[in-house]
Design a protein around this ligand. Structure first.
Ligand SMILES: [Zn+2]
Length: 272
């Protein structure tokens, strides 16, 4: 469930706890949660996170000797930085003891997320981004949609695939398409330049607004300080099926597209 704004908020709230703080110890409570193998992760002991980087929904911690820890929150991944004496929550899979006394804890009840360890950024980038993920959605411009001219496919499915634009999930795709006035089943190769411009502008606007509000909490999502995001109150279509469109007053409808519940305005979002 966490999409780009939520991962960005986790990154923002995580940095004060981990940047330039030596890792004193690591504990793997569930080996399979370290997707690249739990063995190599003890190499992080004694190192410190020098910077973080986010691409789409993936969050990378880059250490002072070049090692990389990739965090993917999946559906229910949650990071907390707390004192070690606080009770361990169920489904906690990984701990890092920080030199400040705080403990980095990652829990994930549904286990669609995970941690990946790489010895260098070059390896991490090659394995995780190159050829797999499109431009980060905060940087998307109309130009990034030019490949659609020769591509089959429908708008929502393509945006969810992460291959053209990285970072959008069900919530922000629906919000962006509504704001841009585009139908989720629109064929991508029929879009004109002005549609591409409207879509890129809408994606950035929706994401930036959500980021300023700490993301969207529908149920589980919390930042590292265990605070909820406030953007749920600003959603225009997601979760609003059968309610009036905030732009034209028509009743919003719900459809299943690509296996995902999709809400749209039949008036504002026509196919071209
Ligand atoms: Zn409408």
């Amino acid at each position: 469930m966490p999409e780009l704004p939520e991962v960005q908020e986790v990154r923002r709230s995580l940095e004060p706890f981990v940047l330039n703080v030596p890792i004193m110890d690591v504990t793997v409570l569930r080996n399979s949660y370290i997707r690249t193998g739990a063995g190599s992760i003890s190499a992080l002991i004694g190192r410190r996170v020098q910077r973080t980087l986010r691409h789409g929904k993936k969050l990378f911690c880059i250490f002072d000797d070049g090692q990389v820890l990739l965090i993917h929150l999946g559906m229910s991944g949650c990071i907390a930085c707390c004192r070690p004496e606080e009770p361990l929550q169920p489904h906690t899979h990984y701990l890092m003891q920080l030199a400040t006394g705080y403990q980095f804890r990652m829990r994930d009840p549904r286990r669609f997320g995970g941690l990946w360890h790489y010895s260098s950024w070059a390896l991490a980038e090659q394995s995780e981004i190159t050829g797999k993920m499109g431009v980060d959605a905060l940087d998307v411009t109309a130009m990034h949609f030019s490949a659609w001219r020769n591509k089959q496919g429908r708008l929502k499915t393509d945006l969810l695939s992460q291959r053209t634009v990285a970072g959008l999930g069900n919530i922000y795709v629906d919000e962006s398409l509504w704001l841009a006035g585009l139908h989720p089943l629109q064929r991508v190769n029929k879009l004109r330049d002005r549609h591409a411009l409207a879509l890129a502008t809408a994606i950035r606007a929706v994401l930036n607004k959500s980021i300023t509000m700490g993301g969207t909490t529908l149920r589980d999502y919390r930042n590292v300080a265990q605070q909820k995001g406030q953007f749920a109150q600003s959603l225009c279509v997601y979760g609003r099926a059968d309610l009036p469109c905030l732009r034209c007053g028509s009743t919003l409808i719900s459809r299943t597209i690509g296996g995902r519940t999709t809400v749209l305005c039949p008036q504002c979002q026509r196919r071209i």
